[in-house]
Design a binder for this molecule. Structure first.
Ligand SMILES: [Zn+2]
Length: 300
């Protein structure tokens, strides 16, 4: 399997057909099974949709409008990238999933989405690397901070340039790679993969939504395992639903927050339990009868 570590630089701007992150540089390195760099790819891409570079992008990358003037456009550059990648089995990797998502959007913009399937598999190098050193995947550690953390040489290379960032990602990946870890994070880059990638997850605010499963709210007492009785109506704050519960066996009371997230795979109901001391819980008469009547106290 050929590993292709890719990094993109892009310029985000409003265009006639909405906001667009337009690729202005593609960098990539290819690794063999022994984690040796076998070849590299780097090219600037002349922006056709967003025209002028944003100040922040110029500062970050040191790429100028002048630099991009003589560069090829995306369609030509992608053909070169495709030829460089070749037709065999491969796995694309990047630090975080924004690069693959931006590549997808750029191909879509040029009506070239079928070309995305030159990528056979995908692996988020950031997830693999963070997992390798036991950093929660909920955290997003920047590439250079991570490299420093694991003692990977950053050197004199200017960061936020596509090829340099690909090389640094490749060094982190090569250092931490194990077949087991790779197996955990590699995904077949098929249409379902892109559907999942493009799915916008959201938290359910309305407890009367038909996707709510009433029985999911039933919670066992952590002490004795009995289902608890809900004492109060739900209050909704910061997209979480809170209510107080009491165990009928041991009498312990808990404040439980419910987070109802709609993901590509459906409803994900998470709970956090906090035990409440004392007898300060006012029971609401109709609390347990219904999940409706959620008081929305957060600003939308
Ligand atoms: Zn109990």
């Amino acid at each position: 399997m050929k590993y292709i570590i890719m990094d993109l630089e892009w310029n985000g701007a409003s265009t006639r057909s909405g906001y667009f992150d337009e690729i202005i540089e593609i960098g990539a390195v290819a690794l063999d099974d022994q984690m040796n760099i076998t070849s590299e790819f780097q090219t600037l891409v002349s922006p056709k949709q967003t025209k002028k570079l944003r100040g922040r992008i110029k500062e970050l990358t040191h790429i100028t409008n002048e630099d991009l003037k003589n560069a090829d456009g995306f369609i030509t550059v992608f053909k070169k990238l495709k030829a460089w990648i070749g037709t065999g089995d491969n796995c694309m990797l990047s630090w975080g999933n924004s690069d693959i998502s931006v590549l997808y959007e750029n191909l879509k913009r040029y009506d070239m989405l079928d070309e995305i399937y030159i990528i056979k598999n995908y692996c988020d190098a950031q997830q693999l690397c963070q997992k390798a050193v036991d950093i929660s995947l909920a955290k997003q550690v920047g590439l250079s901070a991570f490299a420093e953390l694991v003692g990977v040489e950053i050197g004199e290379d200017q960061l936020h340039r596509a090829l340099n960032d690909s090389r640094l990602t490749a060094r982190c990946f090569a250092k931490l790679f194990t077949p087991e870890l790779f197996g955990m994070f590699v995904k077949k880059a098929d249409p379902v993969f892109y559907e999942r990638m493009n799915f916008k997850c959201y938290n359910l605010q309305d407890l009367e939504d038909e996707q709510v499963v009433f029985s999911d709210f039933m919670t066992e007492c952590p002490e004795c395992g009995a289902f608890m009785k809900r004492l109060t109506r739900f209050t909704c704050k910061n997209k979480k639903h809170y209510a107080k519960y009491r165990c009928g066996i041991c009498g312990r009371k808990y404040n439980i927050s419910h987070t109802l997230k709609i993901t590509y795979d459906g409803l994900d109901h998470r709970k956090t339990l906090n035990e409440i001391g004392g007898n300060d819980v006012q029971e609401t008469d109709d609390a347990a009868d219904t999940v409706s009547g959620c008081a929305h106290t957060d600003a939308q």
